[in-house]
Design a protein around this ligand. Structure first.
Ligand SMILES: Cc1ncc(COP(=O)(O)O)c(C=O)c1O
Length: 466
């Protein structure tokens, strides 16, 4: 039932006020046909008016055909033609602040009709659906309590994640160090808010992950892009006054190389000298296809300068918005307090579901299945690309992850793809260069294309570039 108001100072009689409000609610479609009007006795009590005032307003609405009386009492809204409200409520004199105006959605949803979504960041829906997630979530829904909960996450989930990330990635973590977040981006946001007073100088890899650049700029920081070579970020090129550096050591985004062991040591030594923080974004290392893993920076860190960030966006689904940070123990409560100021805590049902998913072994099983599928698919995509790409294009080496980077001689590779194959999408390599001349090319994700469809999808993609 729509909210009704009466104003004793209004010169219109109370009955008239009620009648007009209800009539416009019916005519504007806010009260749907069949909706029951509040019984006169209750409406009168809620509004502090006499019952006959309400009854009179209802009677007039019935007489004019907006409402129908029901046998046995009660009044329901009649099926009348509706017209949208006259006033444009969406108009506003408010404008976004200067630092917000430049923000644009990073990856718009695929347009209807896109058959092959080869953008990076898309995962295989069928694999996710086949996992035990739905069952875990259904059980978890029953466990939700009526309380605000720990901003860092439930003790059970923090323990489960600490154990899992120690075992699977060699991260050094006890439950107190884990802060559950809404993904890697959110973890980076919390860490930057906790550690930096804007404007600070922060460094990212170039090319890199644009949403993090947008995020740090939006915080008011001065973001510098530091080049990468085949061993990862070029440490000598990090400016002296940088307070925080964001890196993707196990699978550089977007180019795909692994940060070498010497480079890891060099970066840690730099951070100690510069008294800076390192955010280690380990966004898709679960999918390692060839080389042996290297120890995470967080494990090599002797100084408590590394914040390790993990996400379930690739290993489960980006729609879940679940990730975590492993922070030095002395920082954990500050990060949790920052989180509390924003949205208090992660949703309890998601946390309980993830706890069950991890502790009951579903995550390990799901990852084993995904690894087999994605490894085969990566191999197929690579061999197809290498066979079919026109001269001048090259597939960059990558040992992990769910996409391959392809350099092309054309600066308009993405547009070519759109115009020659509207049902195909891929990511833009050029778009990941924000500080220097972009290298033209594509990011070819293979999470969203079934293995059997890879030859068709890659065939269409390479034909568009020919
Ligand atoms: C470098 C990098 N980090 C993190 C993510 C995932 O971010 P989130 O966990 O916020 O979904 C992605 C997704 O594509 C990525 O490319």
């Amino acid at each position: 039932m729509t909210e009704l108001f009466v104003d004793p100072a209004d010169p219109r009689p109370l009955t008239q006020q009620l009648y007009e409000q209800l009539r416009s609610a019916v005519v504007e479609g806010r009260l749907a046909p069949g909706a029951r009007l509040t019984p006169t006795r209750r409406a009168a009590a809620e509004l502090g008016v006499s019952r006959s005032t309400v009854a009179e307003a209802y009677a007039r609405l019935v007489a004019e055909g907006y409402v129908e009386g029901r046998r046995g009492g009660g009044s329901v809204v009649a099926a009348v033609a509706t017209t949208p409200p006259q006033t444009a409520r969406d108009a506003t004199a408010l404008v976004p602040a200067a630092r917000t105006r430049g923000l644009r959605p990073y990856e718009p949803e695929p347009a209807p009709g896109v058959a092959w979504d080869l953008r990076p960041g898309v995962v295989d829906d069928d694999l996710f659906r086949a996992s035990a997630w739905r069952r875990c979530l259904a059980r978890a829904a029953a466990e939700t309590t009526g309380h605000y909960t720990d901003p860092a996450g439930t003790p059970e989930l923090r323990a489960a994640l600490a154990h899992w990330v120690t075992r699977s990635r060699g991260v050094v973590a006890v439950p107190d160090q884990v802060v559950v977040t809404a993904g890697a981006g959110h973890a980076t946001d919390l860490v930057a808010r906790t550690l930096l007073d804007p404007p600070a100088v922060v460094a990212v890899e170039e090319p890199g992950y644009p949403p993090v650049v947008e995020l740090l700029r939006h915080h008011g920081h001065h973001v510098v892009g530091v080049p990468v070579d085949d061993q990862g970020i070029v440490v000598d090129a990090i400016p002296r006054d940088v307070r925080l550096v964001y890196v993707t050591p196990s699978h550089q985004y977007p180019l795909g190389m692994v940060m070498s062991r010497p480079r890891r040591a060099e970066l840690l030594a730099w951070a100690s000298r510069a008294r800076a923080a390192i955010v280690e974004d380990d966004y898709d290392s679960e999918f390692r296809h060839t080389a042996r893993p290297l120890e995470p920076l967080q494990r090599l860190d002797r100084d408590g300068r590394v914040i390790y960030v993990g996400t379930f966006s690739k290993s489960l689904s980006p729609g879940l918005r679940l990730g975590f940070a492993v922070v030095p123990r002395g920082l954990a409560s500050a990060v949790a307090s920052v989180r509390q100021t924003v949205d208090w805590s992660p949703p309890l049902a998601s946390q309980a579901a993830l706890t069950a998913f991890v502790t009951e072994g579903h995550l390990d099983r799901h990852l084993r299945r995904c690894r087999t599928v994605y490894r085969e698919r990566q191999h197929l995509v690579r061999t197809q690309l290498e066979r079919l790409l026109p001269p001048g294009c090259a597939v960059l080496p990558a040992h992990a992850g769910l996409h391959l980077a392809v350099t092309t001689p054309h600066h308009d590779a993405v547009q070519r793809l759109r115009s020659s194959s509207p049902s195909l999408r891929a990511g833009s390599l050029a778009r990941t260069y924000l500080f220097s001349d972009p290298v033209p090319g594509l990011l070819v994700g293979f999470g969203g294309v079934p293995t059997a469809a890879v030859p068709t999808a890659v065939g269409a993609l390479t034909a568009a570039l020919a």
